[in-house]
Design a protein around this ligand. Structure first.
Ligand SMILES: [Zn+2]
Length: 92
């Protein structure tokens, strides 16, 4: 039990108030050159770092939207996998 974190900090936060209007993920750190990249500019550049050219991760939905014209694509239903296709039974 820390007196500062359990008692003083909530009181100060209640007095000052939480700032909810600033999102947490505005910036992203490049794993290649450790530069701080503004997320909106990074998404405009297809998640490629402008300073070193490192390709950051891209979600599957964003990848498909970038590959197809106007982001128009349809997912194909994959048939379900058979649970035990060999029906193998051991002798013992
Ligand atoms: Zn970089």
């Amino acid at each position: 039990m820390n007196w500062l974190s359990n008692f003083v900090r909530p009181k100060i936060r209640a007095l000052v108030g939480e700032k909810k209007d600033i999102p947490d993920n505005l910036w992203e750190k490049c794993p290649g050159c450790s530069a701080m990249l503004f997320r909106r500019e990074l998404e405009d550049n297809l998640n490629v770092c402008r300073s070193c050219g490192h390709h950051l991760k891209l979600s599957p939905v964003k990848r498909l939207e970038s590959l197809f014209d106007d982001g128009a694509y349809s997912a194909v239903e994959v048939p379900k996998v058979i649970v035990d296709p060999l029906k193998f039974r051991d002798q013992k």
